[in-house]
Design a protein around this ligand. Structure first.
Ligand code: MG
Length: 302
């Protein structure tokens, strides 16, 4: 077991089952991102961003294409009705997949200007949609249709799909990327991955207090991730943070202690909990989709 994990704190062992073992489920993507688990179909949908497509994997059906072209969709999550919410670099928008199979563009502008390239998204229990808007889809030719940045910076937004209000809730980052709430939704975690294009840039997760369910304050560094970048991360029910990095899933307690690593043989992009009991961790890593069964459960929409 030891060569599959690096353990820095004995508490890490509590999330492992006797037979926890990383499996490669599918391969063939250029760069994998944004997985979301659909309980009704027991499948995972994820992004192959440079391939401009979404992939689908289930044990019953194996690997297939779900959407092509995807207009360079990146992060995904589910709303309270189980509909897929998607960040689209190409559309420069947050999209929703309706029950009838059509895509609705939910939000594409802030203060009359185009968004940069929405990257990752989470839905709060009140239905509000919180998403990051770095510039990667504009500056990386193989991850979008290009275009000019119109926003003054790269922000995290809160979008209300009922009244269509949009507010910038985090404005102190260079390249905001992954994001997730603590179990009580009093803390918002957001990664800044500006080190991807700047050797002096950030590779950290920051934490913010959530104020009145609609804004943030008290931003501080939660953890510096190395090697690599905390592109995406999710939390389990006890509030532990499972984040991507160059070589592994790194697991942190809410006080910022690194407990250990689940080693992955490819660079990790993003991850999500799935399975009927939310105890199977699906990992989108470079060309492949991996999974590992764990003795913990992800948050409802994590
Ligand atoms: Mg991302």
């Amino acid at each position: 077991m030891t060569n599959q994990f690096e353990i820095f704190d004995e508490r890490f062992r509590s999330i492992l089952l006797p037979d926890s073992k990383l499996e490669r489920l599918a391969s063939g993507a250029v760069w994998s991102e944004g997985p979301v688990y659909l309980e009704t179909e027991n499948c995972v949908i994820w992004s192959d961003i440079p391939g401009n497509r979404l992939l689908r994997w289930s044990a019953a059906d194996g690997l297939s294409e779900f959407l092509n072209p995807s207009h360079f969709q990146n992060g995904h999550t589910l709303d309270s009705q189980g509909r897929i919410i998607a960040c689209s670099h190409g559309e420069r928008a947050v999209m929703r997949l309706e029950i009838d199979g059509t895509w609705t563009k939910l939000v594409s502008h802030f203060e009359g200007k185009k968004l940069n390239s929405p990257n990752d998204v989470v839905v709060k229990s009140d239905g509000s949609i919180w998403f990051s808007d770095p510039s990667y889809g504009l500056i990386q030719p193989n991850e979008g249709y290009g275009g000019t940045q119109e926003q003054a910076g790269c922000f995290v937004y809160r979008f209300d799909p009922i009244n269509l209000d949009i507010d910038a809730v985090v404005t102190d980052m260079e390249q905001p990327n992954g994001l997730a709430f603590s179990p009580d939704e009093k803390t918002l975690y957001v990664s800044d991955t500006s080190a991807s294009h700047d050797q002096n840039g950030n590779h950290q997760i920051r934490a913010y207090d959530v104020v009145n369910d609609s804004s943030t304050s008290n931003g501080r560094v939660f953890a510096v991730i190395e090697p690599g970048l905390p592109d995406g991360f999710r939390l389990d029910k006890q509030g532990w943070i499972f984040t991507s990095s160059q070589d592994s899933i790194q697991v942190f307690t809410p006080d910022g202690r690194l407990l250990g690593k689940i080693l992955v043989p490819e660079k990790v992009g993003n991850l999500t909990f799935g399975g009927a009991n939310k105890d199977r961790l699906f990992i989108a890593a470079s060309s492949s989709l991996y999974a590992i069964d764990l003795n913990t459960q992800g948050l409802k929409h994590a």
